[in-house]
Design a protein around this ligand. Structure first.
Ligand code: PEP
Ligand code: MN
Length: 245
């Protein structure tokens, strides 16, 4: 039987209803990732629509029937978006926030746990156990680590994917958008993620990448995203995987 390779895509930040209408006019996908609460390095950067975005997402889910993936940044944001969110996302900056992980564990929902950019694999797995002791509800997400190499935003550690799949078998997906910070590299690293045993991808897209409010450099256009899905469908045959998009 073929194993699933699940591709979750969407904008870094939820910006407007029109943005999501454009997304679903181009992409025939059952998932949407979009940040409502954003954790940004600079305090003056866009922090997300926050509570103001919730009712619009509820209406959009009704219209397009997608599964919603969104980052929670605090206990308050968790309580705010739990009802509209099908898969929680914990960002790289919060992997070590054990009190937040304990709160998330109470919901017993699928949770994408991004690797902190300086975490060892052991620390990452231990963080996952705060959410679910056996990591059944946890989807580990390799999103790049900080190394001495300054040519790209992060260094995507695909070794970690192969290592975890072969030694533990936990669910692992790859985020080549934050892993590279460069839309031109996203396709290469997506195909590499499939080849090294990942269970799927988390990819940033935008209908007009250069005008994306956050992470514009790494967003794929919707055309590029459709092209990538087609390539992954072809490549997945070699690895006995079935693309779910
Ligand atoms: C994101 O997915 O938009 C994000 C903020 O990711 P990370 O936590 O990996 O930086
Ligand atoms: Mn982002």
């Amino acid at each position: 039987m073929n194993k699933d390779f699940t591709i979750i895509s969407g904008p870094c930040s939820f910006e407007s209803i029109d943005q999501i209408d454009k997304h679903f006019n181009e992409l025939d996908s059952q998932f949407l990732r979009a940040g409502i609460f954003k954790l940004r390095t600079a305090h003056e950067s866009f922090q997300g629509l926050r509570s103001k975005g919730i009712s619009d997402i509820r209406d959009l889910k009704e219209k397009y029937k997608f599964k919603f993936v969104s980052e929670i940044v605090s206990k308050e944001s968790l309580e705010n978006i739990a009802e509209i969110t099908d898969i929680f996302q914990i960002g790289t900056r919060n992997m070590y926030n054990y009190e937040l992980l304990k709160e998330v564990s109470k919901y017993k929902k699928k949770t994408i746990l991004k690797r902190a950019f300086s975490a060892t694999i052991d620390e990452w797995i231990k963080a996952g156990k705060y959410i679910d002791e056996y990591l059944e509800n946890v989807i580990l997400c390799e999103r790049g680590i900080r190394t001495f190499e300054p040519s790209y935003r992060n260094t995507l550690d695909l070794n970690a994917v192969s290592f975890i799949k072969r030694n533990y078998g936990f669910n692992v997906i790859v985020d080549p958008s934050h892993g590279t910070g460069d839309a031109k590299m996203v396709e290469d690293l997506s195909l590499a993620a499939l080849a090294c045993g990942a269970d799927g991808l988390l990819i940033e897209t935008h209908f007009d990448p250069k005008n994306s409010i956050s992470d514009a450099n790494q967003a794929l256009s919707l055309d590029q995203m459709n092209g990538l899905v087609e390539k992954l469908k072809e490549a997945s045959k070699i690895f006995n995987k079935k693309v779910i998009f």
